[in-house]
Design a protein around this ligand. Structure first.
Ligand SMILES: Cc1ncc(COP(=O)(O)O)c(C=O)c1O
Length: 378
């Protein structure tokens, strides 16, 4: 790493361009910075460009939160002042709280018992109502239980609107500006590494980048125990990435390969990022960094790799960054292997640690051929 010994005697930041004054908090969304990440993920001279979406007021989902609500109002699906109800593990909740404030709608975030206390408090402080389901659905897990509760709340509130981030194409389209920012910042991108939950940001950014970089390779990062890419549903400690349903925003055909990552591996990566690079985040950030570091070691020198870091570390101080909590869950003490395990088919066996598969297909066999082309056209 370059020693950050500035030649100039001016205080750090003195030469930074002065940002314009934001008149509304929504104007603070976007134009997020990029940080170069190398050791210990890659040897000196190799590394990847981390797009720090945690620099948005709420996180990466400020973008779809604002865009989905703006589009719903434009179409007339959401009347002025009508309530918004959505299922979220927290990040979209923050984006919707911002959209509610911006456009004047009350917001209810339906979540589960795994939501961090700090996220619960923050959402409440920002004016959202948080509704926590008590138990997982017997087949569809927590996500299905949350979705059923959303349906129940919508049924009881005429005019209420659910953006449905799992299936709403406006979620994907919201990331076109992020792709444009990456192109402006990096010029050319060869590999994009992105976590997958609803599938929105991987699909939207890849579609935007491919217009200028048609050879782009898209590496999807999922959690062990997630059903998205064809594994059976299992217990998931990691939040944000992964799912127990099959969101239709996942653009299966856009992916070159998928990696599943386990919680201890993500914890190791998050803590390394914090120590060595000051910038870190949550489960998806750790998992993405692990895989992007592998790409930086594996692809030829000069390959330009961008990785999306969806949020920052503060929400995870009592989990990922809490030694006692991590010890209780057996997440400390082992470094991830230098290479992932490999499987030829996504459902070949149940994966329990970092595993890679270069065969990606929709486990439900849905038609996705036109999805990339459609992203951003609504
Ligand atoms: C922190 C975090 N990382 C990653 C993701 C996955 O992003 P996407 O839903 O765009 O696939 C989410 C989704 O909620 C998230 O909250």
């Amino acid at each position: 790493m370059d020693p950050f010994l500035l030649e100039s005697l001016a205080p750090v930041g003195a030469d930074a361009p002065v940002s314009p004054i934001a008149r509304r908090p929504a104007h603070l969304v976007g134009n997020t910075p990029i940080l170069w990440i190398d050791e210990p993920f890659a040897p000196p001279g190799r590394g990847f460009h981390a797009k720090l979406e945690g620099a948005n007021p709420g996180g990466i989902k400020d973008r779809p939160g604002l865009h989905m609500i703006r589009e719903a109002r434009r179409r007339g699906d959401l009347a002025p002042g009508a309530p918004i109800v959505e299922s979220s593990s927290g990040t979209l909740g923050l984006g919707l709280a911002l959209a509610g404030l911006t456009y004047g709608h009350p917001v209810t975030v339906v979540t589960d018992q795994g939501m961090e206390v700090s996220m619960f408090r923050l959402l409440t402080a920002l004016g959202a109502h948080v509704d926590q389901v008590a138990a997982p659905h017997p087949d569809g897990g927590w996500q299905q239980a949350r979705r059923e509760r959303v349906a129940e709340l919508l049924g009881g509130a005429p005019g209420a609107y659910c953006p449905d981030q799992y299936h709403n194409p406006d979620n994907t389209a919201a990331y076109r500006p992020l792709a444009a920012e990456l192109l402006a910042q990096l010029g050319r991108i060869d590999v994009l590494v992105a976590a997958v939950g609803t599938g929105g940001h991987s699909a939207g950014i890849a579609a935007g980048l491919r217009e200028r970089c048609p050879g782009l390779r898209l590496i999807g990062v999922d959690a062990v125990g997630s059903t998205i890419f064809g594994q059976p549903a299992g217990p998931r400690l990691m939040r944000g990435l992964g799912s127990s349903i099959h969101p239709s925003n996942v653009d299966y055909q856009a992916f070159t390969e998928v990696h599943w990552v386990a919680p201890a591996e993500a914890v190791w990566a998050c803590r390394q990022l914090a120590r060595r690079h000051y910038a870190s985040g949550g489960w998806s950030v750790g998992a993405v960094a692990l895989v992007a570091g592998w790409a930086a070691r594996t692809y030829p020198a000069g390959t330009r790799i961008a990785a999306v870091f969806p949020d920052g570390p503060h929400r995870y101080l009592e989990t990922i960054y809490n030694d006692a909590w991590c010890r209780e869950h057996g997440l400390l003490g082992s470094e991830p292997p230098p290479q992932p395990d490999e499987i030829a088919e996504p459902d070949e066996c149940v994966v329990t640690g970092w595993t890679r598969c270069s065969r990606v297909r929709d486990p439900l066999g849905r038609e996705t051929a036109t999805k990339s082309a459609k992203a951003g056209t609504r």
